[in-house]
Design a binder for this molecule. Structure first.
Ligand SMILES: [Zn+2]
Ligand SMILES: [Zn+2]
Ligand SMILES: [Zn+2]
Length: 146
């Protein structure tokens, strides 16, 4: 759970009305320590609010467009959602388990990119760098060992 982010304030600062649905979607993602799929988020939010899947998808699109959330690609069809980097959350790489499909947050120190060097060799404007490390998670490794 993140005790540093105030979800209502984050929405208002981005110029988005802090409706109960939006706060709940943002809270669900912010309070989780690994990224979630739209379906995961929907199943958590629908426990307390009457909401449909389309509304959840729309809120996710809006919050990604407002740079509050980041959409993480698994390389397949399923996207995962996590908090976009902000003052409380440093940009960090992600680990994707190709066996169980779970995405995890890696330490921001684990993979370093020299953006200055990158910018020297690439003349365009860099807006976002996403790093995904693919492999087998520790849970799946343990299961295989049995
Ligand atoms: Zn936070
Ligand atoms: Zn796994
Ligand atoms: Zn993350």
């Amino acid at each position: 759970m993140c005790e540093n982010c105030n979800y209502t304030t984050i929405l208002k600062t981005a110029g988005v009305d802090a409706t109960a649905n939006r706060v709940s979607v943002l809270e669900t993602i912010g309070n989780n320590n690994y990224p979630l799929t739209a379906m995961d988020i929907y199943h958590v939010v629908e426990r307390t609010l009457s909401i449909n899947r389309v509304t959840v998808y729309r809120i996710l699109d809006l919050l990604v467009a407002k740079n509050i959330l980041e959409r993480l690609s698994s390389g397949g069809r399923t996207a995962y959602f996590g908090m976009a980097p902000n003052e409380n959350h440093l940009p960090h790489p992600h680990f994707y388990c190709t066996s169980c499909g779970r995405m995890d947050c890696l330490n921001s120190e684990s993979v370093r990119i020299n953006t200055e060097q990158l910018q020297k060799t690439f003349p365009g404007k860099i807006e976002n760098i996403a790093i995904r490390v693919d492999g087998i998670c520790t849970n799946c490794l343990k299961e295989k060992a049995h």
